[in-house]
Design a binder for this molecule. Structure first.
Ligand code: BG6
Length: 500
């Protein structure tokens, strides 16, 4: 292994990264910029080559130009003196290659194999391969089978498979997909992406909980009253009706991103900071969630309204949405975890498109004091102790506490202690940079294990099958009023910290 010049860099074996779906949106918006950033950050230009693969006809030259435009379209840090790849054109030119597989006939995969072997021979690569499937769900299984049949999964080095969400559409399809994957790859070779796990603020949940015992000792049913997870988006479905109208909020967001957040907040301390130890604990959370009944779920679908001052169309008027579609663009759930730590504490989850703002937050509300000594005092406002994890935007956390206001008559107020990531550490890396780097270094901690994916589908499949109808909500609002009924029996209310 060559020396690693950059502080914090980990060892990356030289390898070939084969990206299926390389003419698509994910590659253009996320993967190409993340790869380029990684090369610059860790000076790892000699560690990997990229082979883009897609059905479309394109040659190397056009792919390099397409990638260069993608990389140039994003912000960059200032180049340092003598930095070889400060110019993306040079990186694209030296590192990127392209192969079309047309309609994916077996011959196309044999041609792909010859191309891969040629690149490896010319560049002296030892046969280490990453296959990244940036493909629509229906193409995952067939591509994995074709890879297996072509012999590409066997080489003189290591091979890793990266698959994007959604991983199946329900429990049966996820199990079938796992079976297909395991026919060609061992579980330790599979990296299932949930890009929320790559966000620095999401990873920090573990550090926050397990490096700071003052919070961990209060992290239980004796001290915590309820936990809320909100992932609100102001965007609609854009050009994605073909995918979204068949998926909806439960499959698109709840089964994966929100459930990952829930697992990290609720899990027990792992025995070590090792991928399997952490994922074991996350799986146990899923196993201890009480079956969710349709009464614990409220779905919604946005109507027309105003978002960020602009008029926006209703979901049903979005391009490509089926007339009369009952696909939910909003979901709110009440869940309980039957464990010693969490018995009786409600976890409220909600997510929606075209909501009042873009914001991902976890609000942990602590119990009120056992005796209300100050109940006769005047309050400016009272929220009690709430810990807000602000995952995006304005990443950081706020801890709310009550103080006495200096004034003639005793007055109380709720104020906050705040920590802001950007102030402390500057810009955070994009989730895809973190995740790609982890795949390259063989760290599976931030990827979803097969039993985790299935465990989440096991929870939500009955709800998907219950055929719950969505309530309408106005675009730009915080979802349908009906979602209040999940919280009101216990006197709770939805709470978020709005950006200042
Ligand atoms: C994706 C969903 O997984 O996550 C999208 O398919 C959603 O519908 C996106 O918009 C949200 O991600 P982020 O990082 O913008 O919060």
């Amino acid at each position: 292994m060559e020396s690693l010049p950059v502080a914090g860099a980990r060892a990356v074996d030289r390898h070939l990264l084969v990206v299926f779906g390389a003419t698509g949106d994910l590659y253009r918006r996320k993967l190409a910029p993340a790869l380029y950033h990684l090369v610059r950050q860790y000076q790892m230009s000699d560690r990997f080559l990229v082979l883009g693969v897609a059905r479309s006809e394109m040659d190397d030259h056009a792919f390099k130009a397409f990638s260069k435009a993608a990389v140039e379209g994003i912000s960059h840090r200032q180049p340092q003196l003598g930095e070889p790849y400060a110019n993306p054109a040079r990186w694209c030119d030296e590192v990127l290659n392209f192969q079309s597989i047309g309609d994916s006939e077996p011959e196309a995969f044999q041609a792909l194999r010859r191309r891969i072997e040629r690149i490896e021979a010319v560049h002296g690569l030892a046969g280490n391969r990453i296959f990244y499937l940036a493909l629509p769900p229906s193409a995952l299984g067939p591509t994995v089978k074709a890879l297996g049949a072509s012999g590409l999964t066997h080489s003189s080095g290591w091979t890793r498979l990266v698959v994007e969400k959604p991983f199946g559409v329900d429990l049966d399809s996820a199990m079938a997909l796992n079976e297909t994957l395991h026919g060609c790859f061992d579980e330790h070779q599979v990296y299932r992406i949930d890009h929320y796990l790559g966000k620095a603020t999401v990873q920090n949940l573990l550090v926050f909980r397990f490096a700071n015992p003052i919070f961990e000792s209060a992290w239980n049913r004796d001290r915590i009253d309820n936990v809320q997870i909100t992932v609100a988006e102001s965007v609609g479905i854009g050009e994605r009706a073909a995918y979204y109208d068949r998926s909806g909020a439960m499959r698109d967001m709840v089964q994966n991103h929100l459930t990952q957040l829930l697992s990290l907040v609720a899990m027990e301390p792992p025995v070590s900071f090792d991928a399997e130890a952490i994922r074991d604990e996350k799986v146990k959370v899923l196993q201890s969630i009480r079956p969710i009944s349709p009464d614990d779920v409220v779905l919604g679908q946005y109507g027309a309204g105003r978002v960020n001052g602009k008029r926006v169309a209703s979901y049903l008027d979005e391009k490509g949405v089926k007339g009369g579609s009952a696909t939910p663009t909003y979901a709110a759930l009440r869940m309980f975890i039957d464990s010693w730590r969490w018995q009786g504490v409600p976890f409220y989850l909600r997510t929606g498109k075209r909501m009042g703002g873009r914001l991902t937050q976890i609000a942990v509300t602590f119990r009120e004091p056992p005796v209300a000594l100050f109940k006769s005092f005047e309050w400016s406002r009272h929220q009690g102790n709430v810990l807000y994890f602000k995952l995006q935007p304005q990443e950081g956390f706020d801890l709310l506490f009550d103080v006495q206001k200096p004034s003639g008559s005793p007055q109380l107020d709720t104020r906050s202690l705040a920590f802001a990531y950007e102030e402390a550490f500057g810009n955070l890396p994009d989730a895809y940079e973190t995740l790609l780097y982890d795949v390259m270094t063989g760290d599976r901690t931030l990827f979803v294990r097969s039993d985790e994916a299935e465990g989440a589908w096991r929870l939500y499949t009955p709800i998907l099958e219950a055929g719950i109808n969505p309530y309408p909500y106005q675009a730009g609002s915080w979802g349908p009023q009906e979602a209040e009924r999940l919280l009101s029996p216990r006197g709770h209310e939805w709470t978020v910290r709005l950006p200042e």
